[in-house]
Design a protein around this ligand. Structure first.
Ligand code: TRP
Length: 326
Protein backbone atom coordinates (compact mmCIF):
# COMPACT_ATOMS: atom_id res chain seq x y z
CA UNK A 1 0.00 0.00 0.00
CA UNK A 2 1.25 3.44 -0.78
CA UNK A 3 0.04 6.96 -1.36
CA UNK A 4 1.08 9.95 -3.42
CA UNK A 5 0.04 13.48 -2.57
CA UNK A 6 -1.48 15.31 -5.55
CA UNK A 7 0.52 18.46 -4.97
CA UNK A 8 2.51 18.76 -8.15
CA UNK A 9 3.64 17.15 -11.35
CA UNK A 10 5.53 13.88 -11.01
CA UNK A 11 9.20 13.95 -11.96
CA UNK A 12 12.04 11.61 -12.74
CA UNK A 13 12.75 11.16 -9.02
CA UNK A 14 9.19 9.95 -8.42
CA UNK A 15 9.51 7.62 -11.39
CA UNK A 16 12.74 5.91 -10.35
CA UNK A 17 12.16 6.24 -6.60
CA UNK A 18 8.52 5.18 -6.39
CA UNK A 19 6.56 4.40 -9.53
CA UNK A 20 8.96 1.83 -10.87
CA UNK A 21 8.75 0.01 -7.55
CA UNK A 22 4.94 0.07 -7.64
CA UNK A 23 4.90 -1.37 -11.13
CA UNK A 24 7.12 -4.24 -10.07
CA UNK A 25 5.03 -4.91 -6.97
CA UNK A 26 1.78 -5.22 -8.88
CA UNK A 27 2.79 -8.58 -10.34
CA UNK A 28 3.78 -10.09 -7.02
CA UNK A 29 1.43 -8.67 -4.42
CA UNK A 30 -2.10 -7.52 -3.88
CA UNK A 31 -1.60 -3.76 -4.13
CA UNK A 32 -3.43 -0.61 -3.08
CA UNK A 33 -2.20 2.68 -4.50
CA UNK A 34 -3.90 5.84 -3.40
CA UNK A 35 -3.95 9.50 -4.33
CA UNK A 36 -3.71 11.22 -0.95
CA UNK A 37 -6.09 14.07 -1.69
CA UNK A 38 -7.17 14.57 1.93
CA UNK A 39 -3.58 14.79 3.12
CA UNK A 40 -2.96 17.52 0.57
CA UNK A 41 -5.57 19.68 2.33
CA UNK A 42 -3.24 20.00 5.33
CA UNK A 43 -0.84 22.09 3.26
CA UNK A 44 -2.86 23.11 0.20
CA UNK A 45 -6.23 24.47 1.39
CA UNK A 46 -6.94 26.05 -2.00
CA UNK A 47 -8.74 23.31 -3.92
CA UNK A 48 -9.31 25.15 -7.20
CA UNK A 49 -6.75 22.95 -8.98
CA UNK A 50 -7.29 19.78 -6.93
CA UNK A 51 -9.43 17.92 -9.44
CA UNK A 52 -6.93 18.65 -12.15
CA UNK A 53 -4.02 17.43 -9.98
CA UNK A 54 -5.77 14.26 -8.84
CA UNK A 55 -6.58 13.30 -12.42
CA UNK A 56 -3.05 14.00 -13.55
CA UNK A 57 -1.45 11.92 -10.81
CA UNK A 58 -3.76 9.03 -11.66
CA UNK A 59 -2.95 9.35 -15.35
CA UNK A 60 0.78 9.57 -14.63
CA UNK A 61 0.68 6.41 -12.53
CA UNK A 62 -1.11 4.53 -15.27
CA UNK A 63 1.16 5.91 -17.98
CA UNK A 64 4.17 4.64 -16.02
CA UNK A 65 2.79 1.13 -16.05
CA UNK A 66 0.39 0.71 -13.13
CA UNK A 67 -2.50 -1.40 -14.30
CA UNK A 68 -5.83 -0.46 -12.69
CA UNK A 69 -7.08 -3.98 -13.43
CA UNK A 70 -4.28 -5.50 -11.36
CA UNK A 71 -4.17 -3.04 -8.46
CA UNK A 72 -6.65 -0.94 -6.55
CA UNK A 73 -5.87 2.58 -7.73
CA UNK A 74 -8.12 4.97 -5.85
CA UNK A 75 -8.61 8.37 -4.24
CA UNK A 76 -8.29 8.68 -0.48
CA UNK A 77 -11.49 10.71 -0.19
CA UNK A 78 -13.46 7.96 -1.92
CA UNK A 79 -12.76 5.54 0.89
CA UNK A 80 -14.90 6.90 3.74
CA UNK A 81 -13.98 4.04 6.07
CA UNK A 82 -10.52 5.57 6.44
CA UNK A 83 -12.08 8.54 8.23
CA UNK A 84 -13.63 6.25 10.83
CA UNK A 85 -10.41 4.34 11.47
CA UNK A 86 -8.49 7.62 11.69
CA UNK A 87 -10.87 8.74 14.43
CA UNK A 88 -10.26 5.61 16.52
CA UNK A 89 -6.51 5.84 16.00
CA UNK A 90 -6.54 9.42 17.25
CA UNK A 91 -7.32 8.08 20.70
CA UNK A 92 -4.16 5.97 20.54
CA UNK A 93 -1.91 8.78 19.35
CA UNK A 94 -0.31 11.13 21.85
CA UNK A 95 0.06 14.84 21.41
CA UNK A 96 3.72 14.66 22.46
CA UNK A 97 4.77 12.15 19.82
CA UNK A 98 2.82 13.98 17.11
CA UNK A 99 4.50 17.27 17.98
CA UNK A 100 7.90 15.60 17.79
CA UNK A 101 7.39 14.35 14.23
CA UNK A 102 10.01 15.81 11.90
CA UNK A 103 7.58 16.46 9.03
CA UNK A 104 5.26 18.28 11.44
CA UNK A 105 8.05 20.50 12.73
CA UNK A 106 9.14 21.23 9.16
CA UNK A 107 5.65 22.23 8.15
CA UNK A 108 5.19 24.44 11.20
CA UNK A 109 8.23 26.36 10.00
CA UNK A 110 6.96 26.46 6.41
CA UNK A 111 3.41 27.59 7.22
CA UNK A 112 3.35 29.14 10.71
CA UNK A 113 0.04 30.82 9.89
CA UNK A 114 -1.71 27.48 9.30
CA UNK A 115 -0.68 24.97 11.96
CA UNK A 116 -3.92 23.01 11.73
CA UNK A 117 -4.80 19.84 13.64
CA UNK A 118 -4.76 17.91 10.37
CA UNK A 119 -1.09 18.70 10.07
CA UNK A 120 -0.48 17.42 13.59
CA UNK A 121 -2.40 14.19 13.00
CA UNK A 122 -1.08 13.66 9.48
CA UNK A 123 0.77 10.47 10.54
CA UNK A 124 -2.43 9.14 12.12
CA UNK A 125 -4.33 9.48 8.85
CA UNK A 126 -1.42 7.90 7.01
CA UNK A 127 -1.46 4.97 9.43
CA UNK A 128 -5.20 4.57 8.80
CA UNK A 129 -4.56 4.58 5.02
CA UNK A 130 -2.14 1.72 5.41
CA UNK A 131 -3.66 -0.49 8.05
CA UNK A 132 -7.21 -0.25 6.74
CA UNK A 133 -6.04 -2.86 4.22
CA UNK A 134 -3.94 -4.59 6.89
CA UNK A 135 -1.05 -3.91 4.55
CA UNK A 136 2.45 -5.01 5.48
CA UNK A 137 4.66 -3.56 2.74
CA UNK A 138 4.75 0.16 2.06
CA UNK A 139 6.92 1.33 -0.84
CA UNK A 140 8.04 4.79 0.27
CA UNK A 141 11.17 6.89 0.40
CA UNK A 142 13.42 7.62 3.36
CA UNK A 143 11.47 10.72 4.30
CA UNK A 144 8.51 8.50 5.26
CA UNK A 145 10.41 6.22 7.66
CA UNK A 146 9.28 8.07 10.74
CA UNK A 147 5.63 7.98 9.65
CA UNK A 148 5.90 4.22 9.21
CA UNK A 149 7.48 3.82 12.61
CA UNK A 150 4.54 5.74 14.06
CA UNK A 151 2.13 3.49 12.16
CA UNK A 152 3.79 0.49 13.78
CA UNK A 153 3.42 2.11 17.20
CA UNK A 154 -0.28 2.75 16.65
CA UNK A 155 -0.70 -0.84 15.50
CA UNK A 156 1.09 -2.20 18.58
CA UNK A 157 -1.05 -0.09 20.90
CA UNK A 158 -4.24 -1.09 19.13
CA UNK A 159 -3.40 -4.77 19.18
CA UNK A 160 -2.29 -4.58 22.80
CA UNK A 161 -5.42 -2.80 23.97
CA UNK A 162 -8.08 -4.44 21.82
CA UNK A 163 -6.62 -7.67 20.48
CA UNK A 164 -4.61 -8.63 17.43
CA UNK A 165 -6.19 -7.03 14.35
CA UNK A 166 -3.33 -5.44 12.43
CA UNK A 167 0.04 -6.64 11.16
CA UNK A 168 2.94 -4.17 11.49
CA UNK A 169 3.65 -2.34 8.23
CA UNK A 170 7.19 -1.63 7.06
CA UNK A 171 8.93 0.29 4.29
CA UNK A 172 9.64 -1.80 1.25
CA UNK A 173 11.58 -1.50 -1.96
CA UNK A 174 13.09 -3.83 -4.48
CA UNK A 175 16.85 -3.81 -4.23
CA UNK A 176 18.70 -2.50 -1.21
CA UNK A 177 19.20 1.17 -1.80
CA UNK A 178 16.34 3.42 -2.76
CA UNK A 179 17.24 5.15 -6.00
CA UNK A 180 17.97 8.79 -5.41
CA UNK A 181 17.66 10.89 -8.54
CA UNK A 182 19.83 14.02 -8.24
CA UNK A 183 18.59 17.40 -9.37
CA UNK A 184 20.35 18.85 -12.40
CA UNK A 185 22.19 21.52 -10.43
CA UNK A 186 23.66 19.01 -8.00
CA UNK A 187 21.88 20.71 -5.08
CA UNK A 188 20.06 17.62 -3.79
CA UNK A 189 17.35 15.43 -5.19
CA UNK A 190 14.67 16.26 -7.71
CA UNK A 191 11.66 17.80 -6.02
CA UNK A 192 8.00 18.41 -6.84
CA UNK A 193 8.02 22.04 -5.83
CA UNK A 194 11.54 23.38 -5.36
CA UNK A 195 13.93 24.27 -8.09
CA UNK A 196 11.81 23.42 -11.12
CA UNK A 197 14.50 24.20 -13.65
CA UNK A 198 16.74 21.50 -12.16
CA UNK A 199 13.96 18.90 -12.14
CA UNK A 200 12.75 16.89 -15.10
CA UNK A 201 9.01 16.32 -15.02
CA UNK A 202 7.12 13.55 -16.77
CA UNK A 203 5.07 16.36 -18.33
CA UNK A 204 8.05 18.27 -19.76
CA UNK A 205 8.04 18.66 -23.54
CA UNK A 206 11.08 17.83 -25.66
CA UNK A 207 12.27 21.38 -25.80
CA UNK A 208 12.16 22.06 -22.06
CA UNK A 209 14.03 18.83 -21.37
CA UNK A 210 16.71 19.85 -23.87
CA UNK A 211 16.98 23.35 -22.37
CA UNK A 212 17.19 22.11 -18.78
CA UNK A 213 19.94 19.65 -19.60
CA UNK A 214 21.96 21.96 -21.83
CA UNK A 215 21.87 24.58 -19.06
CA UNK A 216 23.37 22.21 -16.49
CA UNK A 217 26.67 23.38 -15.04
CA UNK A 218 29.92 21.95 -16.42
CA UNK A 219 33.52 23.16 -16.57
CA UNK A 220 36.43 22.98 -18.98
CA UNK A 221 36.96 19.30 -18.21
CA UNK A 222 39.22 17.21 -16.01
CA UNK A 223 42.94 18.02 -16.06
CA UNK A 224 44.26 14.81 -14.49
CA UNK A 225 43.55 11.33 -15.79
CA UNK A 226 41.14 9.20 -13.74
CA UNK A 227 40.33 12.02 -11.34
CA UNK A 228 37.19 12.06 -9.18
CA UNK A 229 34.20 13.90 -10.70
CA UNK A 230 32.87 17.13 -9.23
CA UNK A 231 29.25 16.84 -7.99
CA UNK A 232 27.66 18.61 -10.94
CA UNK A 233 29.43 16.27 -13.41
CA UNK A 234 28.57 13.19 -11.37
CA UNK A 235 24.92 14.23 -11.67
CA UNK A 236 25.09 14.10 -15.47
CA UNK A 237 26.58 10.62 -15.36
CA UNK A 238 23.98 9.43 -12.87
CA UNK A 239 21.13 10.68 -15.01
CA UNK A 240 22.73 9.13 -18.06
CA UNK A 241 22.86 5.77 -16.29
CA UNK A 242 19.10 5.95 -15.85
CA UNK A 243 18.11 6.62 -19.43
CA UNK A 244 21.02 5.81 -21.78
CA UNK A 245 22.48 2.53 -22.99
CA UNK A 246 25.35 1.08 -21.02
CA UNK A 247 27.82 1.51 -23.91
CA UNK A 248 26.99 5.19 -24.12
CA UNK A 249 27.73 5.70 -20.45
CA UNK A 250 30.91 3.68 -20.79
CA UNK A 251 32.08 5.75 -23.73
CA UNK A 252 31.72 9.02 -21.82
CA UNK A 253 33.30 7.49 -18.69
CA UNK A 254 36.32 6.56 -20.77
CA UNK A 255 36.49 9.95 -22.38
CA UNK A 256 36.31 11.53 -18.94
CA UNK A 257 39.15 9.38 -17.67
CA UNK A 258 41.43 10.02 -20.65
CA UNK A 259 40.61 13.74 -20.73
CA UNK A 260 38.95 13.81 -24.17
CA UNK A 261 35.41 14.38 -22.92
CA UNK A 262 33.37 17.21 -24.39
CA UNK A 263 30.57 18.04 -22.00
CA UNK A 264 28.53 19.71 -24.74
CA UNK A 265 28.38 16.40 -26.62
CA UNK A 266 27.59 14.50 -23.49
CA UNK A 267 24.72 16.81 -22.58
CA UNK A 268 23.35 16.63 -26.12
CA UNK A 269 23.30 12.85 -25.97
CA UNK A 270 21.80 12.85 -22.48
CA UNK A 271 19.11 15.29 -23.61
CA UNK A 272 18.15 13.15 -26.61
CA UNK A 273 18.00 9.94 -24.57
CA UNK A 274 16.03 11.68 -21.84
CA UNK A 275 13.57 12.98 -24.43
CA UNK A 276 13.10 9.47 -25.84
CA UNK A 277 12.50 8.19 -22.33
CA UNK A 278 9.97 10.84 -21.27
CA UNK A 279 8.08 11.33 -24.53
CA UNK A 280 6.06 8.07 -24.60
CA UNK A 281 5.07 8.55 -20.95
CA UNK A 282 4.00 12.14 -21.59
CA UNK A 283 1.99 11.12 -24.63
CA UNK A 284 0.20 8.36 -22.72
CA UNK A 285 -0.64 10.81 -19.92
CA UNK A 286 -2.08 13.25 -22.44
CA UNK A 287 -4.29 10.67 -24.09
CA UNK A 288 -5.52 9.30 -20.73
CA UNK A 289 -6.38 12.82 -19.57
CA UNK A 290 -8.59 13.30 -22.62
CA UNK A 291 -10.65 10.23 -21.77
CA UNK A 292 -13.05 11.33 -19.00
CA UNK A 293 -15.03 8.09 -19.04
CA UNK A 294 -11.91 6.00 -18.58
CA UNK A 295 -10.68 8.09 -15.66
CA UNK A 296 -14.07 7.90 -13.98
CA UNK A 297 -14.14 4.12 -14.44
CA UNK A 298 -10.67 3.79 -12.93
CA UNK A 299 -11.70 5.84 -9.88
CA UNK A 300 -14.99 3.98 -9.39
CA UNK A 301 -13.44 0.55 -9.77
CA UNK A 302 -10.48 1.45 -7.57
CA UNK A 303 -12.74 2.73 -4.81
CA UNK A 304 -14.86 -0.43 -4.97
CA UNK A 305 -11.81 -2.65 -4.53
CA UNK A 306 -10.50 -0.49 -1.70
CA UNK A 307 -13.91 -0.50 0.00
CA UNK A 308 -14.22 -4.28 -0.17
CA UNK A 309 -10.89 -4.59 1.62
CA UNK A 310 -11.64 -1.81 4.13
CA UNK A 311 -15.06 -3.18 5.10
CA UNK A 312 -13.57 -6.46 6.25
CA UNK A 313 -11.02 -4.63 8.40
CA UNK A 314 -13.53 -2.20 9.88
CA UNK A 315 -15.79 -5.04 10.93
CA UNK A 316 -12.92 -6.53 12.91
CA UNK A 317 -12.01 -3.12 14.30
CA UNK A 318 -15.48 -2.32 15.64
CA UNK A 319 -15.78 -5.77 17.09
CA UNK A 320 -12.35 -5.58 18.73
CA UNK A 321 -12.88 -2.13 20.22
CA UNK A 322 -16.20 -3.24 21.65
CA UNK A 323 -18.50 -1.06 19.63
CA UNK A 324 -21.10 -3.78 19.22
CA UNK A 325 -24.03 -3.36 21.51
CA UNK A 326 -26.60 -5.85 20.18
N1 TRP B 1 2.83 10.97 3.39
C1 TRP B 1 3.11 10.41 2.09
C2 TRP B 1 4.03 11.37 1.32
O1 TRP B 1 4.04 12.55 1.61
C3 TRP B 1 1.86 10.18 1.27
C4 TRP B 1 0.97 9.15 1.89
C5 TRP B 1 -0.28 9.37 2.39
C6 TRP B 1 1.27 7.79 2.05
N2 TRP B 1 -0.81 8.21 2.85
C7 TRP B 1 0.12 7.20 2.64
C8 TRP B 1 2.38 6.99 1.73
C9 TRP B 1 0.09 5.85 2.95
C10 TRP B 1 2.35 5.63 2.04
C11 TRP B 1 1.20 5.08 2.66
O2 TRP B 1 4.71 10.96 0.42
Amino acid sequence: MSGIRPTGFLHLGNYFGALRNYVRMQDEFECFFMVADIHSLTTHPDTSQLKHHVRRVLAENIACGLDPDKVALYCQSHLRETGELYLYLNMLAYKGELEKTVTFKDKVKLQPENVNAGLLTYPVLQAADIIIHRATLVPVGKDQEQHLEMSRNFVKRFNHRYGEVFPEPRAFNFGNELMRVPSLDGSGKMSKSENQSATIYLADDDDSIRKKIMKAKTDSGPTKKNSPKPDYIEVLFQLMKLVSDEEVVKKFEEEYNNLTIRYGDMKKKLAEDMIEFIRPIRQRVESILKDDDYIRDVMVKGAEKARASAEVTMDKVREAIGLRYY
